[in-house]
Design a protein around this ligand. Structure first.
Ligand code: F6P
Length: 338
């Protein structure tokens, strides 16, 4: 019998449990494998903390947010004491063998896929499953967690509209996305944001202020400004607080900020994310069955496929300058601050 391990690492997101279930049930039911859950990301492989994932344990978790396995941000290849690197990869390799694992599924974001790729180079049989609310993993057109996160952000923007209108205010909302502005772009467009600021598009405060003043000149009583948290700025303030302060300074318009934060990562995944996570998980089990290791599951042009892990490591999928949704926004009068 093949014996596989599953771990989730990095920031959590809605859909991880659906993916764990997708891998685990497919491995057990379709391929007659044994499945070990590794607790708290790569830490669980350093400390040998595991639980046997039976079909019973995998039942009832499809709709749950977070991850039943726990997660951590431990980067084994970067761990050191002072200048001395700790040999966590060596420990992981030893424990992988002692646990009798034939393969390891790593569910995670960019950092996790990079670690997965390095472990594959160390000789472990690794399959990566991409997850993040940020939707910024190289090599896949979409990640699970993103759909849920931007729906939550959209709902928040909808709610901000009514209070903005009542008070005739500018409402700035900061959404997550530390490198990429996908959540800001998608929630901004689906929530009808007037200004959308993402790290990929250079903005100037003068241009943002001009858009807002123009709206007030044509008697639009309020404005919604959607800001990605990773926006470059000359300030220690959060992106939302900084942009709101600058708007107040340059326009004199009454402005309030909302920082949406971790609500975007919590709770039950949308139906779309459940399907995507299930497809990704099931495909990871299939890749293991076919012994296609050193790969990451990916969605490309509407089909679930895989790409070599070493193509993924260290890269980020950003919004491109010719992004269609940005172009549509521009044609409809959305201000991107440039
Ligand atoms: O990558 C997902 C994400 O939620 C980012 O949008 C955010 O910047 C980061 O994780 C926050 O990380 P942490 O969980 O370490 O606070």
């Amino acid at each position: 019998k093949m014996r596989i391990g599953i771990l989730s690492a990095g920031g959590d997101c809605p859909g991880i449990n659906a993916a764990i279930r997708g891998v685990g049930k497919t491995a057990i039911v379709q391929y007659d494998m044994e499945v070990q859950g590794i607790v708290n990301g790569f830490s669980g492989l350093v400390e040998t903390e595991t639980i046997e994932l039976t079909e019973n344990l995998l039942s009832g978790i499809l709709t749950l947010g977070g991850t039943i396995l726990g997660t951590s941000r431990l980067k084994p290849f970067k761990a050191s004491v002072g200048d001395e690197p700790l040999d966590k990869p060596g420990t992981i390799k030893k424990n992988y063998e002692e646990l009798g694992l034939d393969a390891l599924v790593c569910i995670g974001g960019n950092g996790t896929q990079e670690t997965a790729s390095l472990l594959a180079k160390e000789g472990l049989n690794v399959v990566g499953v991409p997850k993040t609310i940020d939707n910024d993993i190289w090599g896949t057109d979409v990640t699970f967690g993103f759909d849920t996160a931007y729906h939550i952000a959209t709902e928040a923007i909808d709610r901000l509209h009514t209070t903005a209108n009542s008070h005739k205010r500018v409402m700035v909302i900061e959404v997550m996305g530390h490198h990429a502005g996908w959540i800001a772009l998608y929630s901004g467009m689906s929530g009808g944001g007037d200004v959308i600021l993402v790290p990929e598009i250079d903005y100037s405060m003068e241009s943002v202020a001009e858009c807002l003043m123009e709206r007030s000149r044509v008697k639009k009583p309020y404005s919604i400004v959607v800001v990605a948290e990773g926006l470059p700025k000359d300030s220690k303030k959060s992106a939302g607080a900084y942009i709101a302060k600058e708007i107040r300074k340059l326009t004199g318009l009454e402005t309030r900020e909302t920082i949406l934060g971790y609500t975007q990562r919590g709770g039950s995944p949308t139906a779309t994310d459940r399907i995507l996570a299930t497809q990704f998980g099931a495909y990871a089990a299939e890749l293991i069955h076919q012994r296609k290791f050193g790969t990451m599951v990916a969605m490309r042009n509407g089909a679930v496929t895989s790409i070599p892990l070493d193509e993924v490591g260290g890269k980020i999928r950003l919004i491109k300058p010719d992004n269609k949704l940005v172009e549509i926004g521009r044609h409809m009068g959305v201000c991107f601050g440039d």
